[in-house]
Design a protein around this ligand. Structure first.
Ligand code: SAH
Length: 242
């Protein structure tokens, strides 16, 4: 009897421990959502809205950011801050992820493109909302790591590739929305070409040393393009030989 009893207790412990750990992070994630909401209210005059859509907030509440940061930074995963992910790159601040996702106005079934996979966190958020997500990363080690991570987490609707995102992903085009998560000097023409009429591009424009601005680019039904400057931001630069 006795050994069997211990075996049961042992099994029970291992069954519960991941659940207990998960619930710890749930509380931190809720706190992060509150901070994102506060930032949204504070920047309402730039954006024209004081809250992000319930669907975007639900995705932010679901995706486990601690699975996308280096092991030694897991305890900081739910701070409303960017964090280093190696190779001189960063996972964006949660507020910025929510803001850029909200601006994309992604609907179920949409086909979206992200330039700058990084950790894969933003791709996972998009995958919660879109039909299919394509994401390009220029640093091979980061791209491969993100691909494995997204596969392990079960994101079957995300495809990643290593390459220069400036040229987009023509075989998967046209896209309903495109997000660039590194600062460029101009909107890459191939991305405008690969955008559906009625589609949107969210992109930070500017250099590393001058102020960058988050821009919303819209392609009208007649193919004409409008650009709106939203708010000052700070991103790592878009690199590549283009
Ligand atoms: N979206 C990421 C954060 C991105 S940081 C996340 O959720 O973690 C910006 C990323 O863009 C970096 O990983 C950088 O290597 C990548 N990048 C820079 N220039 C690029 C280019 N031309 N094509 C594709 N990726 C690029």
């Amino acid at each position: 009897m006795k050994p069997l009893f211990f075996w049961n207790v042992f099994l029970l412990f291992f069954w519960w421990s991941p659940l207990l750990q998960g619930s710890d992070f749930d509380a931190e994630r809720q706190k992060m959502l509150k901070e994102v909401q506060i930032d949204a209210t504070e920047t309402a005059s730039y954006i024209g809205s004081s809250a992000f859509s319930p669907a975007v907030m639900a995705a932010m509440g679901k995706v486990e950011r601690h699975r996308f940061v280096p092991a030694d930074l897991v305890d900081q995963a739910y701070l409303n801050r960017p964090l280093p992910i190696g190779h001189g790159q960063t996972i964006s601040q949660p507020y910025i992820v929510a803001l850029m996702t909200d601006l994309m106005k992604v609907g179920a079934g949409d086909n979206v493109l992200e330039i700058g996979t990084g950790s894969g966190y933003q791709a996972a958020i998009l995958a919660e909302l879109a039909g299919s997500v394509y994401s390009i990363e220029i640093i091979e080690a980061l791209g491969k790591e993100a691909e494995n991570r997204l596969q392990l987490l079960g994101y079957r609707n995300v495809k990643t590739r290593v390459g220069d995102g400036y040229y987009g992903w023509p075989e998967a085009a046209p896209f309903d929305a495109i997000m660039v998560t590194a600062a460029a000097s101009h909107v890459p023409p191939p991305l405008i070409q690969q955008l559906k009429p009625g589609g949107r591009i969210v992109i930070p424009l500017g250099t590393q040393f001058l102020t960058q601005f988050l821009m919303l680019v819209e392609k009208k039904q007649d193919g004409s393009v409008t650009t709106r400057q939203l708010l000052p931001v700070r991103f790592v630069p878009l690199t590549g030989g283009h």
